[in-house]
Ligand binder design. Structure first.
Ligand code: IVH
Length: 686
């Protein structure tokens, strides 16, 4: 990585905030491009963060200088109520699918018949399995982002799309035939890598939230979130495959892709200009075997006639262009023996049947287990132990059993009957809630649930107790040392026994007890997350901790109070309220508190919040519409700012309401920064 001393290139002395903001935006855009598009970082994360922080601070100081294309605007704007519907200038078409070489040959024949005696070149691209998106740029800036919708009109998801790091908010200066390219449309696909998909899904599962079947669904769900701040937490990516502009004459699709790259857009991992069908088939076959090496999912190849004028002659039929087709790969599948069906019990008691398979190689990895989802899934497909089953790794990253190979069924096989009891030692009856597909174990002492809850509590994102991993938790639950998370803090009472256990000794026991001791000091929001309250993930735990500041205030909060907290929805509010009305949970919380676990925001967390405006002096003049001057004063003071009566050159801001007095003129004379009410609210609410 090349180290760049930014200060050397951009000394800050004597520079107005405005100039520095422009410089910082250009620098950050350049480094974003290097990092997110070229995958070649130019500076360290630390240097990047420091530039970003500087920009943010300067913008906070000068709210009037914040532009929509500033990199700071990627963090997500405020929540919206619903998406506006926007008409596409040209419809967003879909592609006809083909599945065989013959069909590709047919396509080529049709193209040649329509364009007799012309030379035909094709462009072959990967078919990204994501969500189509149209981006409009005006005067070089991202103006509007719209989903495909029904092909004619889609949802305006601009605020969400601004959070996608590899989409330029403004573009590089590129000239074509002497003209700058400023107004144009780009289309492409938003997607998530498999790794990010798995990570997000796993996290959702742990927090009891709905999981998604594949990266495409999760991408679509994310783009439709009404809160851009939540979108910003998901590492969506974009790749483009279409460019259109009235400003320049476009002759070749391949050149368009090159132009997009020049303009700073991410283009496909592999885009090939093919002079003949042999090259097309090489591309198709080459990627069929290599597609498992990609970090993201593709479901085929797209083949396009390269010449735009030829595309225009070919035109479209029934919402698909005649100049392009998709060649779809078969979902990869394999046959193997279903050796058994085991049940998994989650932290919240949900029971998931799992297929135990004879290991088989599929789509780049060896598979020995696959999900069977729930009892209905098994029943509908009449899946029996001892059957040869077909497993598939298609759009879904987690392999699944799709069907039984009936020809190979053994004559003595019997239908599978779903167990009526939990697989744990208590063998308590399991039941299905009305309308739910999953069985649930509701026994409060189910050791499997206890294990999962303790694992979650001790996990890295939770209390981070090193040495208390899955195996140890299982062992300690079996030995009766742990019956709930509070017992962790009484483990020292068993230290002599632990020392003498197999694979344990003096040192490992002391280390574990030290780690447990250390965990008492975990920050409040992580303690809250560790409690495993349904629907409360890391993000919502942080919000609750920040809002209520300590466990007592949170415990006594009503559903209405919880609900009124920004970003805490109904389901979360109900779940929190239920948790703190459950005597067993309350007892555990009390035991944790007595053991010394931290249940409040720490001094520095409280101070950090309160001091946002420290060092800033405000003067208020004129009438404000959303609050009285007194209220504004106490709000500013509660954030560490000072409110004074007279304007001087040391005043940071003069807030100007309706019918301002002479303080306004003085501020203008002295060149003090002026804020209107809206800008003040923005500062306060940030
Ligand atoms: S071209 C008229 N190129 O596939 C041509 N589409 O079934 C329009 N897709 O809605 C699209 N990768 O969401 C094109 N390299 C690629 C693509 C691609 C994925 C998606 C796109 C489109 C769907 C068509």
């Amino acid at each position: 990585m090349t180290k760049v001393n930014i200060m050397e290139f951009f000394p800050q002395y004597n520079k107005s905030d405005e100039v520095r903001i422009i410089e910082l935006k250009a620098l950050i855009n350049k480094y974003d491009n290097a990092y997110y598009i070229e995958a070649q970082p130019l500076i360290s994360d630390r240097e990047y963060d420091s530039l970003f922080k500087e920009l943010k601070e300067l913008e906070q100081k000068n709210p009037n200088l914040v532009t929509p294309d500033s990199p700071t605007q990627r963090v997500g704007s405020d929540a919206i109520k619903e998406f506006e519907r926007i008409q596409h200038e040209k419809p967003m078409l879909s592609l006809a699918n083909t599945y065989s070489e013959e069909e590709v040959l047919d396509f080529d024949r049709r193209v040649r018949e329509a364009l007799p005696n012309e030379e035909i070149k094709y462009v072959a691209e990967l078919k990204y399995d994501g969500v189509a998106l149209s981006l409009k740029y005006r005067n070089g800036k991202l103006d509007c982002a719209v989903t495909r919708g029904d092909g004619f009109a889609g949802d305006n998801v601009t605020e969400n799309v601004k959070t996608i790091k590899n989409i330029p908010l403004s573009i590089a200066d590129v000239k074509m035939n002497g003209n700058e390219i400023q107004n144009f449309e780009v289309r492409g696909e938003v997607y998530l890598t498999e790794k990010d998909f798995l990570r997000i899904n796993q996290f959702r599962e742990e927090t009891g939230e709905k999981t998604y079947a594949n990266p495409r669904n999760l991408t679509a769900g994310t783009l439709k979130l009404l809160d851009p701040k939540l979108v910003a937490q998901r590492p969506l990516k974009f790749v483009c495959y279409y460019f259109d502009s009235d400003e320049i004459k476009r002759e070749s699709h391949f050149d368009n892709i090159k132009l997009l790259k020049q303009l700073g857009f991410p283009v496909g991992e592999s885009v090939k200009l093919c002079n003949n069908l042999d090259e097309v088939f090489n591309f198709i076959n080459g990627w069929e075997s290599k597609r498992n090496e990609l970090a993201f999912q593709i479901d085929g190849i797209v083949l396009k006639v390269d010449s735009i004028s030829q595309q225009e002659i070919l035109g479209t039929v029934a919402r698909s262009p005649r100049w392009a087709i998709a060649y779809k790969y078969e979902a990869e599948n394999a046959q193997t023996l279903l050796k058994g069906i085991t049940l998994q019990v989650g932290r919240t008691g949900i029971i998931t049947p799992v297929a135990e398979l004879e290991p088989v190689f599929l789509a780049g990895s060896t598979i020995s287990r696959a999900t069977l989802h729930n009892a209905d899934y098994i029943k509908e497909r009449d899946i029996r132990i001892g059957d040869t089953v077909m497993i598939e790794k298609g759009g879904e990253v987690i392999p699944k059993v799709i069907k039984v190979v009936l020809e190979k069924r053994q004559p003595n096989s019997v239908p599978y009957s779903f167990p009526e009891v939990c697989p744990c030692d208590l063998k308590s009856p399991i039941s299905r809630l009305e309308g739910e597909a999953s069985y649930l174990c509701t026994h409060p002492e189910c050791p499997w649930q206890i294990r999962r809850r303790i694992e979650h509590f001790a996990s890295r994102n939770g209390m981070n107790i090193e040495g208390l991993g899955e195996k140890v938790v299982e062992q300690f639950v079996e030995l009766g040392y742990l019956k709930n998370v509070a017992d962790i803090y009484s483990l020292h009472q068993h230290s002599e026994e632990i020392k003498n256990l197999d694979r344990w000794g003096e040192k490992s026991t002391v280390n574990l007890l030290d780690a447990i001791e250390k965990s008492k000091d975990t920050s409040f929001h992580r303690v809250l997350f560790s409690l495993g309250i349904r629907f409360i993930g890391e993000g919502s735990a942080k919000i609750l901790a920040k809002h209520f500041k300590n466990i007592d205030k949170l415990k006594s909060a009503t559903i209405e109070e919880l609900n009124s907290v920004y970003e805490i929805g109904n389901k979360m509010a109900e779940s929190v309220e239920q948790f703190f009305h459950n005597e067993k949970e309350l007892e555990i919380v009390e035991r944790l508190r007595t053991a010394g676990v931290n249940f409040q925001l720490k001094e520095e967390e409280l101070v950090a919040k309160d001091m946002t405006l420290s060092g800033k002096t405000f003067v208020l003049t004129g009438e404000l519409s959303s609050m009285s001057r007194g209220e504004a004063k106490s709000k500013i003071e509660s954030l560490g700012g000072k409110v004074t009566a007279t304007v001087s050159k040391n005043t940071s801001y003069v807030v100007v309401g309706d019918s301002p007095g002479s303080k306004y003129d003085k501020a203008l004379k002295l060149g003090v920064q002026i804020l209107n009410e809206e800008q003040l609210l923005e500062i306060i609410n940030n």
